[in-house]
Design a protein around this ligand. Structure first.
Ligand code: CMC
Length: 399
């Protein structure tokens, strides 16, 4: 295999034959060192700050995992209480943000609503000019705390329901479900959401985290970086895949139709199986295993549509995992089963990408904070393949 020996006189990294090395989509490129997250893509292991995702899923809670990711260590009881209290204090949305929410057209995609309101919050944050580490932490906590309120209020405004103020006696997951539905959630529902938030909180240099860090690396502001992250998440090759996976199950309609649908659409290569495939994992995503079990329990306990979704998803997964997709390392990813868990919480599919953002804002924050501690503007190259020195022809002389 060619060895990287660049850069050449153009600044392009070239291999031993002198050809620039182009990593389309930045596949396999490390942009920096990091101590936040390790994905072992060949054996399907995931670690946040060195801790196995399975242990965090079993023993931690969203607030503790958020603290771990942002501050780099598990908190003491006192540190966790202070962090959780700080989040609770920052949940309220200012009236001006609520007015903006009410102004946005009701058929706007909820993730676009979130992107817009986060951008607005950046204009009124009391620390907007504070670039100190403490200032950045305060902004981060403020935003992590307010995102659930934005999402819940988006839902309630479009359904003409009264807005529910945050309840400081409830934790992050409980309070979100309370503000969304207008009634206190069962402990099992709150635990399911809490688990989902842990699983979605961080995932190394994914497209949205990278987008956020690219923006932060120009020494732009925290909110701009997060808005960029939300923008990247919104595509269905990334976070919007949760919504599209549910659309896919709807399109299939019944378990009986799975095989025909798969053979005609996926095996022929006409379309991609949503919730399958990953840039780093070449085996089953460990988060998807946890979501699969959670979806199985939800289907068993709830029946109805949840069971139908589960049965379609199970049959489709069985067929896909027995197909030639796995020869290419295409296995179930995190977005395949999570929508069924969110559905069982009574949340409509259009909101699933916002739930992803509600968790992932933590990972984006951790990466922004880590990167700018030792900042270098992110500015890669294109290998130019066009012409140069072309003669300029005045407009009236062009054919
Ligand atoms: N279904 C069918 N074929 C696939 C799929 C899939 N889901 N994913 C990749 N492939 C094929 C692709 O057609 C290509 O085939 P060929 O070499 O014959 O042209 C090959 O696998 C490599 O694909 P790629 O696009 O170069 O792979 P990538 O690493 O750039 O893409 C991905 C990763 C996640 C964008 C892709 O797997 C995909 O489109 N998946 C479906 C959308 C999805 O589930 N997104 C969620 C991603 S995970 C969590 C998150 O980020 O939210």
């Amino acid at each position: 295999m060619a060895r990287k020996v660049g850069p050449d006189e153009q600044g392009w990294c070239v291999d031993v034959s002198g050809e620039p090395i182009v990593n389309k989509g930045l596949r396999n490129v490390c942009v920096d060192e990091s101590k936040i997250c390790f994905i072992d893509g060949s054996s399907g292991r995931l670690f946040y700050r060195g801790y196995r995702i399975e242990d965090l899923a079993k023993y931690s809670c969203f607030e503790e995992t958020a603290y771990l990711l942002i501050y780099g260590k598990l908190p003491t009881r006192e540190e966790l209480n202070n962090f959780s209290d700080h989040l609770k204090e920052e949940r309220e949305l200012p009236d001006s943000a609520i007015r903006i929410l009410k102004l946005i057209q009701k058929d706007t995609n909820p993730i676009e609503v979130l992107r817009t309101v986060v951008s607005f919050l950046g204009t009124i944050d009391p620390d907007k000019h504070d670039r100190s580490r403490e200032g950045r932490h305060r902004k981060a906590i403020r935003l992590i705390a307010k995102i659930p309120t934005i999402i819940a209020y988006t839902y309630r405004i479009r359904n003409e329901l009264e807005l529910i103020s945050p309840d400081p006696t409830l934790n992050h997951a409980e309070n979100f479900l309370y503000m969304f539905h207008g009634e206190k959630p069962s402990s099992s529902s709150a635990k399911e959401l809490d688990l989902a938030l842990i699983l979605y909180a961080e995932h190394e240099n994914n497209a949205s985290a990278f987008a956020a860090v690219v923006i932060a690396s120009t020494l732009s502001d925290y909110y701009s970086a997060i808005v960029g992250g939300i923008g990247a998440l919104r595509g269905f090759l990334h976070g919007y895949a949760i919504v599209e996976a549910m659309n896919q199950f709807d399109e299939i309609g019944t378990p009986d139709n799975v095989e025909k649908w798969f053979n005609e659409g996926i095996l022929t290569g006409r379309r991609r199986l949503i919730g399958f495939g990953h840039r780093v994992y070449k085996t089953y995503d460990p988060r998807a295993k946890i979501f699969r079990e959670c979806a199985r329990k939800c289907a068993k306990e709830n029946g109805g549509n949840i069971r139908k979704y589960y049965e379609i998803a199970k049959k489709l997964e069985d067929i896909a995992l027995a197909s030639k997709l796995t020869e290419k390392g295409i296995y179930t990813n995190v977005d395949y089963w999570s929508g069924i868990v969110f559905y069982s919480l009574g949340i409509p599919p259009a909101f699933y990408c916002t739930l992803f953002a509600m968790a992932r804002v933590v990972g984006w924050t951790a990466h922004i904070l880590e990167y700018i501690e030792n900042n270098k503007i992110i500015r890669p190259r294109y290998y130019y393949k066009g012409e140069i020195e072309k003669k300029y022809i005045p407009i009236d002389e062009r054919g």
